[in-house]
Write a protein that binds this ligand. Structure first.
Ligand code: SP5
Ligand code: ZN
Length: 389
């Protein structure tokens, strides 16, 4: 398995309000470290360390079009609000400069913009006050910013874009590499996660929507490869995180070239989306599919739902598949309530790859949530075992 990792993803470290308690955020660097450790132990994995600028020769694929930082910026500004990105980049330093917090502190929103405030244009605008801006650009208290957050957000975005590049490496160039072995899956170790983020609001530990970026990056690379043609690939996004990916759904809601399918906890965070009747808008109607399922759902019940979801995806005949994978469906997860155990992830992945057709779709497995870091590595290993068949 090709695995993409960047050490800067570890730089983001925040606190969050759960219940009425301020605690170190469950979405921690330890999550990635735990997964990476297990992946590194298996020599069948090829881990691409994106930060390893010194050693580009250990890549098993040709560096035919190196990923540029500019491209990540371009795709970010294409998909997210510019002032929002500026805010993510500068807010922490601005608070420190104004003496509101110490450099090692994390900053959190205080006051959100009430959706019922319809008094006029001023309330629509981001407030001048940097303290107030945190609430304008967030929808919950799980989206703090630390000193290293922006670097981590950028690294996470870069991993998503690189995953798309690796899936679209031009075949002719690729075949000239003695190392090349055809792979159709890339595992993107994104952190922070992305699926709760829309174009201008962070929440649920998400700041930039990595799945959205990956789709845009697929467009970019495909069209760069075949100039003159406008290729619009069909992309299916299968969201297996315990929580509904409101941000991803929202972004593609009117888009018939992207099918969003999500299985998630009924009446759970983010609470205001993820219902069955959300099926898409305008030409996107029929291309959004939610499967909210109740607490304590067993592995057996879960797999039956997943089977239905995979039938839907197979009917769509996608050119690419993005799996937004969260391990907060694990039975011990503090934020989830399904009853899935480590071996169930193998079954889950087998189900995602249960036909020749499904197996042939080039795919990005993209990390979203999952908070029992002690079990994350084994759960990922189990999923990849089922994926490889
Ligand atoms: C990426 C991701 O998994 N984000 C999830 C963020 C969830 N944060 C809020 C958790 C609130 C938990 N409250 C438990 C209530 C259970 N009914
Ligand atoms: Zn989640």
């Amino acid at each position: 398995m090709w695995v993409i990792y960047h050490k800067d993803t570890l730089l983001h470290q925040t606190v969050e309000l759960i219940g009425a308690k301020l605690i170190p955020a469950l979405e921690s660097p330890a999550r990635i470290e735990a997964i990476l450790k297990v992946l590194e132990e298996d020599e069948e994995n090829t881990i691409q360390y994106l930060h390893d600028k010194q050693n580009p020769d250990n890549l098993p694929f040709p560096k035919c079009e190196p990923l540029s930082h500019d491209l990540v910026q371009e795709l970010l500004t294409k998909t997210h609000d510019f002032s929002y990105l500026e805010h993510l980049k500068t807010a922490h330093a601005a608070w420190v400069a104004q003496g509101l917090v110490e450099e090692d502190d994390c900053i959190l929103p205080e006051c959100f913009r009430p959706p019922t405030n319809t008094t006029g244009s001023r309330s629509e605008q981001p407030p001048e006050d940097i303290f107030a801006r945190m609430g304008y650009y967030a929808f919950d208290m799980s989206s703090g910013l630390s000193k290293g957050s922006w670097k981590a957000i950028l690294a996470s975005a870069t991993i998503a874009v690189e995953a798309a590049r690796l899936l679209t490496v031009p075949t002719m160039v690729a075949l000239q590499s003695p190392y090349f072995k055809i792979q159709n899956t890339v595992l993107a170790l994104c952190r922070p996660p992305g699926h709760h983020c829309d174009t201008k609001m962070s929440g649920g530990y998400c700041y930039v929507n990595n799945a959205v970026l990956a789709v845009e990056a697929l467009h970019h690379y495909l069209n760069g490869q075949y100039p003159g043609l406008l290729l619009i690939p069909k992309v299916a996004i299968l969201d297996l995180d315990f929580h509904h990916g409101n941000g991803t759904q929202d972004y593609f809601y009117s888009n018939s070239a992207v099918l969003y399918v999500s299985i998630h906890g009924l009446n759970e965070f983010p609470y205001y989306s993820g219902f069955e009747e959300e099926t898409g808008r305008d030409s996107g109607r029929g291309f959004n599919c939610n499967y909210p399922i109740p607490v304590k759902t067993s592995a057996e019940e879960y797999m039956a739902v997943l089977k239905a979801a995979m039938d839907k995806i197979q009917d769509f005949q996608p050119d690419f598949l993005i799996v937004s994978l969260g391990f907060d469906t694990f039975r011990l997860d503090p934020l989830g309530s399904f009853d899935l155990d480590t071996e169930d992830y193998e079954t889950m992945a087998r189900c995602v790859r249960s036909s020749d057709e499904l197996r042939s779709i080039p795919a990005i497995i993209m990390l979203e949530g999952g908070y029992v870091f002690e079990n994350l590595g084994e759960n990922m290993k189990s999923f990849l075992k089922g994926w490889k068949g």
